[in-house]
Design a protein around this ligand. Structure first.
Ligand SMILES: *[C@@H]1O[C@H](CO)[C@@H](O)[C@H](O)[C@H]1NC(C)=O
Ligand SMILES: *[C@@H]1O[C@H](CO)[C@@H](O)[C@H](O)[C@H]1NC(C)=O
Ligand SMILES: *[C@@H]1O[C@H](CO)[C@@H](O)[C@H](O)[C@H]1NC(C)=O
Ligand SMILES: *[C@@H]1O[C@H](CO)[C@@H](O)[C@H](O)[C@H]1NC(C)=O
Length: 790
């Protein structure tokens, strides 16, 4: 039948003679040919490919495939094909002729069993032989759910590979897993059937014209952007995809993913990469772009739940219960709205907030990237005399308008007071009759506005790239896994997070507005429901309890208040030491409670005399200092990174000497003791921050320790019962010389040991903490209610 079809096409005279000067035949197999994506976009994309390539010298056949039997499947598929339309620039006569050819070159196949795949392969081979065609390649487009991938991949690999000399391209649609582990499993599986260069993972956002132009824009405007594309000039960047639709009818998919997996992990992250990566020398080189992208992934700061706000539209829960047939009390916590604050550890972007936002059931459908620059000018001339929109004192922004919204077209906008961008003349044109619109606080006339010369459907762009073997707008395995590696810890930390409910559409009003509070994100408005304090046992107010514990002052409060109190007590101690002696010597412990303290100090104590502070370690694990297990590593990451302590005032413990860790002969403890003696008057530290272990240990002084509990040594090696076993620690005698010692104890888990040591005497062999007893200084206990009261 196909043979007859091809002849029919030849007779029309629209195709060049395929048998002789053909550049080769291409078979396109669309799996899931009658599914939603195929109906809405893919057939159209394939048709446009054919329109573009009809006189390129290639010949084509299109094979729609699905599980449905031949007759009904064919009927369904041709209903879709009959409705295909041409882009507006194609004349209707030409459109009719080419469409007719396209229909004749398209066939439906049932692809269910391995016999069906073998039969398809045989058909392709037979056709090529009969027509005397050379095979150029085969495209298999997977528009099927991911659970079907492996099975299909196996069949293609075993019976549908083209012969030597022809290429194979398989195109995969998201989701590519739902966390790092599952993405890795799926990737490993696919890699047993296909080579990396054969796989094209689609992120359809990369086919959007405004997104695809970010890198070329940065490249072509290097002369303008070089000085300003950095933390000194960029105030913030917003990457936004808002939808008005909700998840109705798709909740079985959506429940497993939610907005972060559905939109942020892939589309918005890719956009973030295009904006932040260091530009490679050649942006057309996919390898160079990928390499720069992977470097940028490494510089993303790890996200925690405080960097996120989550919402869920109100009708979602009932839609889920109905569609998934769940009981009324089935809890639905999947977010349908998210705002995420991302920061980078790089010289270029440190401190610049990148806000990624997406949601369903919002007030408008729009996608954009907005780069807002800091306003560093002061205009002396009075405002009414300035030329509107041109003054350096007005907002400076660059906007990549991805689509929909008020503008309703892809566009690139650059504030006129920034620069007139260089745009590729063939593909982007300056828009001159601007509509009367305000965007981002300004009338359109304040911007240079560019739009594509021809607007192209996303899938047409992507399918054309696949045909040309251009891999740069697809997601490689490494890229995919790097993205999941970044998002997975956050997703795991959010499983208990209850999203804020929102009514949907215009009714949301300001309910979802959020703002940056330091390095964190919070909704601007309070949630309009009463939050109840269920447990009447705990003190409900925020006054801290002042009392005694083991004869020393005790400060007890809810964790946040407790940390605030400790941070402010530390600042007072620092200020008085600096006033007295010109410097403040503080020794800090590792562990998780101090991390919160460090964050508090970095974010709230701008008056802290860091410039005159010397930082010492209370204890250290015998691992390299850059190891994540290292106490110094944690101190560096959570505190040093954010404050300005002179390098010479930072004193990590010398656990790593002569390229080995904690060896007696290297005399690390002695070295550290000498350093303390040299810099700290009478070896009396101004402030020592300690913790308390479940077994009563403090610093790295464990029960029954053979050193450090008494004697003359200031610094000692010790053995921990848990890994890493080897430690270095300040000794009790040194700690007891300090002017001020704070013991920070937090969490329910510590209640038992707190109770125990509240009753014991001074028995440092059994409970090292009980030996903390400054000879002339002051000891203060800082305990949260859970540690104190259980
Ligand atoms: C697909 O394979 C099955 C089993 O081998 C066979 O019964 C069916 O007819 C095949 N479908 C087509 C359209 O050939
Ligand atoms: C892929 O196909 C090749 C050639 O037919 C075969 O040797 C190989 O085992 C297949 N791979 C897998 C994982 O089945
Ligand atoms: C940039 O990379 C593309 C794709 O690899 C290559 O064709 C082109 O020659 C390169 N340009 C330069 C200047 O190296
Ligand atoms: C250091 O110790 C000596 C002797 O114990 C004492 O006299 C002196 O006051 C101490 N200095 C400071 C600054 O505490």
């Amino acid at each position: 039948m196909l043979r007859a079809v091809l002849y029919a096409v030849f007779l029309l005279g629209a195709l060049p003679s395929l048998a002789t000067d053909s550049r080769g035949h291409i078979s396109v197999v669309l799996l899931g040919a009658t599914g939603d994506l195929a109906k809405k976009y893919l057939w159209e994309g394939l048709f446009h490919l054919y329109l573009d390539q009809v006189s390129s010298g290639h010949s084509f056949t299109f094979h729609g495939a699905a599980l449905t039997a031949h007759e009904p499947g064919q009927k369904l598929m041709f209903e879709v094909l009959k409705k295909l339309a041409c882009p507006t620039h194609v004349s209707s006569d030409r459109c009719a002729v080419v469409k007719d050819q396209f229909l004749k070159l398209s066939q439906y196949h049932q692809l269910k069993t391995s016999e069906n795949y073998t039969a398809l392969n045989r058909e392709i081979e037979t056709l090529l032989r009969q027509e005397g065609l050379k095979e150029a390649g085969r495209i298999f487009y997977f528009s099927v759910p991911p659970f079907a991938y492996a099975e299909i991949a196996r069949h293609i690999n075993s019976s549908c590979r083209p012969p030597q000399g022809a290429w194979l391209r398989v195109v995969l649609e998201k989701p590519f897993g739902h966390d790092h582990k599952s993405a890795q499993q799926l990737a490993m599986e696919l890699m047993t059937f296909f080579r990396e260069e054969e796989m094209y993972r689609v992120d359809h956002y990369l086919g959007k014209q405004a997104v695809a132009h970010i890198l070329p824009f940065r490249d072509q405007n290097r002369q303008f952007l070089d000085p300003i594309w950095n933390r000194h000039h960029v105030e913030r960047v917003e990457i936004v995809l808002k939808e008005t639709l909700d998840a109705k009818g798709r909740t079985s998919f959506y429940e497993q993913y939610g907005v972060i997996r559905d939109v942020l992990q892939n589309h918005l992250t890719e956009v973030l990469m295009y904006l932040t990566m260091e530009l490679p020398a050649n942006i057309s080189s996919s390898e160079q772009v990928l390499q720069r992208k992977l470097q940028t992934f490494k510089s993303l700061q790890r996200l925690g739940s405080s960097n996120v706000v989550l919402g869920q539209y109100q009708a979602y829960a009932s839609q889920v219960r109905e569609e998934l047939e769940k009981a009324q009390d089935y809890a639905v916590t999947t977010p349908t709205f998210a705002g995420v604050l991302i920061q980078l550890d790089s010289l270029r972007w440190e401190g610049v907030p990148f806000l990624l936002t997406s949601g369903k059931a919002l007030d408008e459908r729009v996608g954009y990237v907005r780069v807002l620059f800091k306003n560093q000018a002061y205009c002396v001339q009075r405002e009414t005399l300035r030329e509107a929109g041109r003054s350096p004192c007005e907002a400076k922004q660059i906007i990549f308008y991805i689509g929909h919204g008020e503008l309703d077209h892809p566009a690139v906008l650059v504030s006129r007071n920034l620069f007139k961008p260089i745009m590729p003349a063939g593909s982007w044109k300056e828009v001159v009759d601007l509509p009367q619109l305000r965007l981002f606080g300004h009338p359109l006339s304040d911007y240079y506005v560019y739009s594509p010369v021809t607007e192209r459907e996303t899938y047409s762009v992507l399918i054309s790239s696949i045909f040309h073997g251009r891999k740069d707008s697809f997601i490689t395995t490494e890229n995919l896994l790097a993205s999941w590696e970044f998002w997975t810890p956050l997703l795991e930390s959010l499983t208990q997070h209850i999203p804020r409910l929102y009514p949907g559409g215009l009714e949301n009003q300001h309910l979802l507005d959020f703002e940056m509070v330091g390095r964190e994100l919070a909704f601007t408005l309070e949630e309009p429901v009463e939050l109840l304090h269920a447990d009447g046992q705990m003190p409900g107010d925020y006054r801290t309890i002042q009392a005694k514990f083991r004869q020393s002052p005790l400060v007890s409060a809810w964790p946040e208040e407790l940390i605030a109190q400790l941070a402010s007590d530390m600042e007072v101690a620092a200020a008085s030491a600096v006033a007295r002696a010109g410097e403040f010597h503080v020794a800090l412990s590792g562990g998780s409670s101090p991390v919160i303290l460090f964050q508090r100090l970095a974010m709230h104590h701008y008056g802290f005399p860091w410039r005159h502070t010397h930082l010492w370690l209370v204890d250290e694990r015998c691992v390299p200092l850059a190891d994540p297990e290292s106490n110094f590593g944690s101190l560096h990451k959570h505190l040093l990174h954010h404050v300005r302590v002179p390098y010479l005032n930072i004193h990590p413990m010398p656990v790593h000497l002569n390229r080995r860790l904690c060896v007696e002969e290297d005399r690390g403890p002695e070295l550290y003791a000498k350093e303390i003696a040299a810099l700290v008057t009478n070896a009396s530290l101004d402030f020592v921050l300690l913790g308390l272990g479940y077994d009563g240990h403090t610093a790295s002084l464990f029960p029954q320790s053979s050193s450090g509990l008494e004697g003359a040594e200031l610094v000692v090696f010790t053995e921990s019962p848990v890994k890493p076993h080897q430690r270095m620690s300040l000794s009790l005698p040194l700690i007891n010389k300090a002017r001020q010692v704070a013991v920070l104890v937090m969490g329910k888990g510590k209640h038992e040991i707190t109770t125990q040591i509240s009753r014991v005497g001074q028995e440092p062999r059994k409970w090292p903490i009980s030996g903390v007893n400054p000879s002339s200084g002051q000891l203060v206990w800082y305990m949260d209610y859970e540690a104190l009261l259980g």
